[in-house]
Ligand binder design. Sequence first.
Ligand code: HSE
Length: 428
Amino acid sequence: MSEPLRLGIAGLGTVGVGVLKILRREAAMLTARTGREITVSAVSARNRGKDRGVSLDGYVWEDDPVALAARDDIDIFVELMGGSDGPAKAATEAALKSGKDVVTANKAMLAVHGQALAELAEGNGRVIRYEAAVAGGIPVVKALTEGLAGNRITRVMGVMNGTCNYILTRMQSSGLPYDEVFQEASDLGYLEADPNLDVGGIDAGHKLALLASIAFGTRVAFDAMELEGIGRVTIDDIKAAADMGFRIKLLGVSQMTGRGLEQRMAPCLVPAASPIGQLEGGTNMVVLEGDAVGQIVLRGAGAGEGPTASAVLGDICDIARNFRLPVFGQPAGTLTDVQPASSTTPAPYYVRLALQDKPGALAKVATVLGEAGVSIHRMRQYDHKGGRAPVLIVTHKTQRSALDLAIAGMAGTGVVEGDPVALRIESV
Ligand code: HSE
């Protein structure tokens, strides 16, 4: 039997505790599968005295995660603290510099500093594994780096923030407005400490940026992502979209085009009957498309103790088996700079506007759309209330820039009240 594999775990929240539980409960199974005993040498967290429901007896306690990361009696530094900078980054760097491999669930750190950390890891002959950072328990990093390595990836899509999917599907099923459902999600403890990470699309954007890097061999480029959260999705839009056969999802899409790399994380409409349209509650879904394999759909829990710990354990087992891959699936020096797409692929759009009840009002809107080169595919007008009627338009495929021109023009018609809402309809 090989030497034991010794862990140092920083961060004993939900995920850290889940990892400890599996290590204790399944020690024999893990040893049978990897050929090594997997032990914990030391742990670190913010609050030593907290009752976590799991014994820390037998583990050295370190107040400072950087000191933990540099200890001589650990082989893997397991970083479960979170945060793009601060202690997580400092401790990760310390671990790599002192010859430790790193397993992390930290999407923010890798989305912002992934290239530099990958170079540091390779320079020290170490690996960083991060399956738990993307879509919780779904083994999507493995699917892309290993199972699909023989494919030219054409598109990566995903619903990768369970909290947003919970909010949007709960609005749909209850008819409640965004603010009320947001509060429900908060009361249920679904939201990150900074809720904007969830509802602002940032958490999901970090995840998509990591997948795009692996899929397209590019340096991780979160800054180049088009990002919009769900805070402006109204119950009116959810109902109107449903009425026309769609669901609204916070969907990430990344695809390489002749115009550069498109990366967007934004609310959009998808057909209600599609796998993504059917995705309920806090579940995640990732869709991968490759030239040889076609389309792969992965679905599962994107957060929570068990699913996230499952992903962390998968990475630990790979290292125990001495299975090692570059951080983004190929050496960091071979990743290319991202050329962000100059424009987005044309798509149909959903447009909702409040039209005044005047003769010729609809004609004025249709004229503005026509002059911008936007063609109407479907249209519905609902009952007038207080002299205003909601009008829903589904366009034919159009450039976003043309639609923006038309929407700007609507302000000058004198018949449209407020700002029209425009959401992309994604083909999934
Ligand atoms: N807050 C995330 C979610 C999980 O709701 O999916 C951690 O990335």
